[in-house]
Every structure is written in structure tokens, then in C-alpha cells.
Design a protein around this ligand. Structure first.
Ligand code: ADP
Length: 505
């Protein structure tokens, strides 16, 4: 909470506490009257008992004090003060000579009555104060709780499975968009559920009512204005044998979180797509496709041209048209190839001083979600004070990303722990070494020596260019990239690059 927000919130909670107290005034008046009456009756009964057993003033004083403490604990300051006054009067009237008179003859008795009065006043004051403080604290935390529920979009509810009776908090009305007068019913809840999720909700509820099990699930709501909300519902079953099966739970509006997650996922997918498209492998594939089209068209035109020429009466006009279409197709193909060359010229590496550990950390952040999706854990062992390298940041990022994505692909379908370890260390001859190890399916048996070949892939949608390009990037940086088996399972990829000092030399 910001310093400026604090006084406003305190005023808000103060008002809330005050409102709570105000609404209960009448009820409180009758309750206090009842406490006074029962305190008076208790004093009368004790006085009678004292007379019956001929008890002395000390016994009566103790018994009266007990009544005062009990009334103070239950009632307010006013009711306990009233009972204290009645007790002092009774002590004076019934137990100090002359009896049955409010006169007090001996000074010792005056002192005794004064001491009793002071003690009862102290007890009354003290107990009332403690109680008031506790009540205020309770009301304040209730107000805080209400506010917290409102801020966190959490509604609470209870549902008795056998009768279908539902009780819900005000926040539920806001989430489901019903007005205050609405009586909560299961049909009303289902009315708001997104048509595609109705079956899931009904099934979950029916199963919970049958088995008496807790439930916890998410679904969508379709609001009257056509907007969609995401809600998370958690309910706990109260399995008290003496009462009907009841669920108490919470409904959380998680729409914001869902939208943020979706936006993040989309951004990551886009980023990954861009990074992947950036690799020369993807470019090669898509450009090869582009070049293929005009060449295929040129071949068709060429055979059409031949057909017109080899007829008994060659149609030169048609043949000329086919030949000029052929020229256009060939020109288009040449244009595409020119574009490819321009593109490669543009991507001439830019050398800068790079912290390899930083690149590794960036890639982990980018790919963490993808890894989590397949229950893959990242573990890093990055050497501190690692020397920097001179290189092209984007290209080196592509290499690390490609190796990590390959490792994730290799672990997607294996059983057991899926762990990806990235290690960086200072190697010999002024080189830096990065090792990426996984415990996935391992390198393809009998073909491990081919994985760096262009277009070698074992994946249904693979390009087989990732490792080829990664190796040429690393080699263009003066380093090496190779692979080996990981123990006890999976593969390890190692890359070395010269450190900045080494590269300068
Ligand atoms: P792609 O990923 O498109 O198949 P790559 O050149 O990146 O292209 O990889 C070539 C092949 O090398 C993959 O198809 C796979 O068989 C093998 N490979 C790469 N990384 C791993 C790894 N971490 N574990 C097992 N095999 C791998």
C-alpha cells in the first residue's frame, strides 16, 4: 500500500466498522438489557443464598465479584457498571450494620464497601476495554477480508447438494452479473456458463454431489453482453454424517490472468517463429519453394512451345507466346535468386563483445514456458567471471536456441525425469565451452555422424538445417560444435568459441 493510500483506506475501514456497529444498535440494546436483568437476578439469588447459609460479608463480596466479572465478559461497560452499582447497594443494605438500611456505621465497613466498589469498577473497565479492542480488531479484519475478496475477485459460496440450496457472497453477484435481489439457484449459475463448457460443469458438479469429493476446475462464462470470463472454482466437501452433504468454496475471476497468459504464449510463439524463420535452413526451404514455382511453369511453357512447333503445321504465334511466358518465368526465378543473395549480404555478422552466460540466461527465459509444458527442468552451471567473446549476438543466440529446442524435442516423449543442463566453463587455449545436455531419446543410432549434414532430420516436420547452420555459425566465430552421448541417457552438445583476448590475437 502506498503512503498516500493508507489514510484513505483507514477512513474507508473506519466507516465500514462504524456502519457495522450502527446496524446492530437495537439488537445490542436488548442484549444489554438481558445481561443487566440476569446479573440482577444472579445477585438476588446469591443474596438469598448468603442469608440462608448465614454467610459473612467477605463471602458475599467474593460471590458478587464473580457475577460482575461474568457480566463484564458477556455484556457492555454500561450493563456491567449497572450490575456493579446494584452489587454495592446490596452489600451496603444487606450485609453492613445496621442491616436493611443504606447507612454504614463503622468506618471499617465504609472502607470495605469503597474497596469493593473500586475493584468492581476496575474489573468492569478493564474487561470492557479488552473486549472493545478485540471486537474492533475483529470487525476491522472482517472489513479487510471483505475488501481483499473484492480486490482479488474472489467470491464465496456454499451449496447443499441434496436440496440444491445455494448461498453466495456479494462478489458472486458481480462475477455472474446478477442483481442483489436474485435468489441464487443452480439454473442461474448454469445459464451463465459458456455453452461449450456446460457439459464439463454439469459433469463435475454431478460427480461431486455423488462422490462427496472436493472439486477444483476452470471454465468460461458467457455474459449477456457477449463477453467471456474465465472463472476458477474450488470447493471443499463437508462430510458431516449428521447433516446433508455441503460444499463450501470460492469462485475466482481469472479472466485477466488468462488473457495475460494467452498474450504471453502468443508472443513467445511469434518470437520462436521469427527466430526459427531467421535460420538459413527455413529460408532455404521457403526460397527453394518460391524458385521451384517459376521453374516448373517454365518447363510447362517449354513443352507447350515444343508441342506448337512439332505439329504438322507449326503454330508460330502460339509457340512465340509460350516462349515469352518462359522468358518471364525464368526472369522471375532469377529475381528470386537475386533477392536471396541480397538477403545473405545483409546478414553479414556484426561483431561485438558478448557475455555468453547472458545469452544462455536470455534463452532460458524465452524457452522456459515451452519446457514447463513438457515438465522439463532447466539446470544451469555457469562459470562466474567468464571471459567475454567477440561475435554476432543474434547468431550465437540462434545457436543456443536451436540446441535447447532440439534438447526439448528429444525429451518431450521420454518417461522419467526430464532435465536440461546448460554448463559454461573456461576451456583450454583461451576458448570458452558451452555444454547442453539432455536426458532425451539420444542421438539417432547408426546415424549420429550425419546429424550435422544439411537436410538430415529424424523429425516429421524437421528441416534438418538447424545443426548444419549452427555449426557454420560457430565455425565462423573460430569455434567448434560437436555432439556426443550423455550418460546414462540422452545427448550432449558442446560448442567452443575463442574468448575476446584470443579472438583479437
Ligand atoms: P531438425 O531439428 O529440424 O531435425 P537439426 O539439424 O537441428 O534439424 O537436427 C538434426 C537431427 O539431429 C534431428 O532431427 C535429430 O535426429 C538429431 N538431434 C539433434 N539434437 C538432438 C538431441 N538433443 N537429441 C537427440 N537427437 C538430436
Amino acid at each position: 500500500m502506498t503512503p498516500t493510500a493508507a489514510p484513505t483506506s483507514r477512513r474507508f475501514f473506519g466507516r465500514k466498522v462504524f456502519a457495522v456497529i450502527g446496524s446492530q444498535n437495537l439488537h445490542r440494546f436488548w442484549r444489554e438489557a438481558a445481561y443487566c436483568l440476569s446479573g440482577g437476578i444472579a445477585l438476588a439469588l446469591l443474596t438469598l443464598a448468603c442469608f440462608r447459609f448465614q454467610s459473612n460479608i467477605a463471602t458475599a463480596t467474593c460471590l458478587y465479584l464473580i457475577v460482575i466479572v461474568l457480566v463484564s465478559l458477556r455484556g457492555s461497560f454500561i450493563s456491567s457498571t449497572l450490575v456493579s452499582i446494584i452489587a454495592v447497594a446490596c452489600l451496603d443494605y444487606y450485609f453492613t450494620p445496621p442491616l436493611f438500611s443504606f447507612q454504614v456505621r463503622d468506618s471499617i465497613n465504609i472502607v470495605a464497601i469503597a474497596a469493593f466498589g473500586t475493584t468492581s469498577a476496575a474489573i468492569t473497565g478493564l474487561v470492557s476495554r479488552v473486549r472493545r479492542l478485540m471486537e474492533e480488531k475483529l470487525q476491522q479484519s472482517e472489513a479487510y477480508l471483505l475488501e481483499a475478496r473484492r480486490l482479488s475477485n474472489i467470491a464465496t459460496f456454499s451449496w447443499t447438494a441434496s436440496t440444491g440450496k445455494i448461498l453466495w457472497s456479494e462478489e458472486s453477484l458481480r462475477i455472474f452479473q446478477y442483481d442483489r435481489t436474485t435468489t441464487p439457484k443452480m439454473e442461474l449459475v448454469l445459464q451463465r456458463v459458456h455453452p461449450e463448457d456446460v457439459a464439463l460443469v454439469k459433469q463435475t458438479i454431478e460427480r461431486a454431489a455423488q462422490d462427496g469429493m472436493d472439486f477444483d476446475f476452470e471454465h468460461r462464462l458467457l455474459m449477456p453482453d457477449g463477453s467471456i470470463k474465465y472463472v476458477h472454482i474450488v470447493a471443499h466437501a463437508l462430510r458431516d454424517k449428521s447433516t446433508a452433504l455441503e460444499f463450501v468454496g470460492a469462485v475466482m475471476d481469472v479472466s485477466e490472468r488468462k488473457r495475460a497468459e494467452e498474450a504471453l504464449r502468443q508472443a513467445q510463439a511469434d518470437l520462436e517463429q521469427v527466430s526459427r524463420l531467421n535460420t538459413i535452413g527455413e529460408l532455404t526451404a521457403s526460397l527453394a519453394h518460391e524458385v521451384n514455382q517459376p521453374i516448373a511453369a517454365a518447363v510447362t511453357d517449354a513443352s507447350t512451345c515444343l508441342r506448337w512447333l512439332t505439329r504438322d503445321h507449326p503454330d508460330l504465334e502460339e509457340a512465340r507466346e509460350a516462349a515469352s511466358r518462359m522468358v518471364m518465368d525464368a526472369t522471375r526465378a532469377a529475381e528470386i535468386i537475386k533477392r536471396i543473395r541480397l538477403l545473405f549480404n545483409k546478414s553479414a555478422p556484426e561483431r561485438e563483445s558478448i557475455d555468453i552466460n547472458e545469452i544462455i540466461r536470455e534463452m532460458i527465459v524465452l524457452l522456459r514456458n515451452e519446457a514447463t509444458q513438457y515438465s522439463i527442468f532447466f539446470r544451469t552451471d555457469l562459470a562466474e567471471d567468464l571471459a567475454r567473446v567477440m561475435g554476432d549476438r543474434v547468431q550465437l543466440q540462434q545457436v543456443v536456441m536451436n540446441l535447447v529446442i532440439n534438447a526439448i524435442d528429444a525429451m518431450k516423449d521420454v518417461d522419467g525425469t526430464r532435465e536440461l543442463i546448460i554448463r559454461s566453463q573456461q576451456a583450454e587455449d583461451g576458448q570458452l565451452m558451452v555444454t547442453i545436455s539432455d536426458n532425451g531419446i539420444g542421438l539417432p543410432p547408426q546415424q549420429a555422424d550425419q546429424i550435422f549434414n544439411a537436410f538430415f532430420t529424424t523429425k516429421p516436420h524437421g528441416t534438418g538445417m538447424g545443426l548444419r547452420i549452427s555449426r557454420s555459425i560457430v565455425e565462423s566465430h573460430g569455434g567448434r560444435l560437436w555432439a556426443g552421448d550423455n550418460s546414462p541417457r540422452g545427448a550432449s552438445f558442446h560448442l567452443t568459441v575463442p574468448t575476446q583476448v584470443e579472438a583479437r590475437e
